[in-house]
Design a protein around this ligand. Structure first.
Ligand code: PLP
Length: 424
């Protein structure tokens, strides 16, 4: 460690608080020891983690660079300015706000910027791939705003664009939202832009899941089409656990005021510095190669599972994730998740479009390739992963001590041993 840097001192933590030190090591061991296929997770770099574990966490800096409500902000101003410059350059955006604390708080600010309580938003429904913050009844978004929801077409299982258009013309929402947490296919941003223009609505994209693929230029960007794009920084993007918003110059002031002081207090400057590091990483050729490989791996994994009878919805994927229908193999999402977990494979049960089962059981699983690609795995390994998932789902057991769980776990250990996460 550099003599002049103060932070991330694991030996000191171990001496003072062995209980928490043990948790940190246990979690590192968990993620190193198994296959991490949760589509919203990734392994951020030691550089990002270093910025997170720094004294910038101490600093109060309410306001924006050059316009703070506290003294002593010269150093953190540099970090926030770098984060803003790198973010706007990376996405070709006119304005960036890097203060949101998470994806949900970024979304809260977007609501605050454009909608008054009771006004209408048109968004994708949660059971068809949307997000809690897109107007579900349990979230502020559904309690305070009038949410109208579109879904996917029963046959194509992709967004039902005819339904989107007819709902928009009928309900005249103030904001139209595209994006979600279980959408394997590309979204037609041009369609949404034209529709928003037709009815005079704001077009908002929640790119939390796929923004990393946009940063790596592996899929088309929503930025040229949308008025505002909110996103998380810890999913495919691979930065710290946080959020950000980019928007057109026209909406810059409204977004900034909505983030602070409307929705948040002091920004997390350690996290903003970590976002700056991450945006710099995302501008490298290595990151572009990573993003392309994430998609190639997702296609290989979806294809492999499909060949084994675990059908990908929409027939495949264009992104980092695929959603699989387990009805063909007669296993519930809940059981599949438990069996995979026992075999060292972490993934999540997920509702599939028009799912006959309740969400707590679900008929599907969702898998993503951001983590395994960060570990250096390629398409050949994805075919092995597909076989292991299929074995665990169809012949496995929720008991980690079951013979099948042990046998698959041994194969998983061998595979991740050849592609270590956070190599020693
Ligand atoms: C993950 C996600 C969010 C929320 O992000 P948090 O950082 O967990 O608050 C919002 N929208 C979408 C589409 C997401 O996938």
């Amino acid at each position: 460690m550099s003599e002049t840097f103060y932070g991330s001192d694991f030996d000191a933590l171990t001496a003072f608080d062995p209980d928490i030190a043990e948790v940190l090591l246990g979690e590192l061991g968990r993620l190193r020891g198994g296959l991490q296929l949760i589509a919203s997770e990734n392994f951020s770099s030691p550089e990002v983690l270093t910025a997170l574990g720094s004294t910038l966490s101490n600093k109060y800096a309410e306001g924006y660079p050059g316009r703070r409500y506290y003294g002593g902000c010269a150093e953190v101003d540099k970090a926030e300015n770098l984060a803003i410059e790198r973010c706007t350059a990376l996405f070709g955006a006119e304005h960036a706000n890097v203060q949101p604390l998470s994806g949900a708080s970024a979304n809260l600010a977007v609501y605050g910027a454009f909608l008054k309580p009771g006004e209408t938003i048109l968004a994708m429904s949660l059971p068809h791939g949307g997000h809690l913050t897109h107007g579900t009844k349990v979230s502020f978004s559904g309690k305070w705003f009038n949410a109208v929801h579109y879904g996917v077409h029963a046959e194509t299982e992709d967004i039902d664009y005819d339904q989107v258009a007819s709902l928009a013309r009928e309900h005249r929402p103030k904001v139209i939202l595209a994006g979600g947490s279980a959408i394997p296919r590309l979204i037609d941003f041009e369609f949404f832009r034209a529709l928003a223009d037709e009815i005079g609505a704001i077009f908002w994209v929640d790119a939390a899941h796929f923004i990393g693929l946009v940063a790596g230029k592996a899929i088309p960007s929503p930025v040229p089409y949308a008025d505002v794009v909110s996103f998380t920084t810890h999913k495919v993007l691979r930065g710290p656990r946080s959020g950000a918003i980019v928007c057109t110059a026209e909406h810059a002031a409204a977004i900034d005021k909505a983030v602070f002081p409307m929705m948040q207090g002091g920004p997390q400057m350690h996290s903003i510095a970590a976002k700056a590091v991450n945006f710099k990483e995302c501008a490298t050729p290595a990151y572009a190669a990573y993003a392309a490989q994430v998609v190639a791996n997702a296609r290989a994994l979806a294809g492999s599972l499909g060949e084994l009878g675990i059908r990908p919805t929409t027939g495949g994927t264009d992104t980092h994730l695929s959603l699989h229908d387990l009805q063909g193999v007669g296993v519930t999402g809940k059981d599949a998740e438990a069996r995979c977990d026992a075999a060292g494979i972490t993934l999540n049960k997920n509702a599939i479009p028009y799912d006959p089962a309740p969400p707590s059981v679900a008929s599907g699983i969702r898998v993503g390739t951001a983590c395994v690609t960060t570990q250096g795995m390629g398409e050949a390994e994805m075919r092995t992963v597909g076989r292991l998932i299929h074995e665990a789902v169809t012949t496995g057991d929720a008991d980690p001590e079951h013979e099948v769980s042990r046998r698959i776990r041994a194969e998983v250990t061998d595979l991740v041993g050849r592609f270590p996460a956070y190599p020693r």
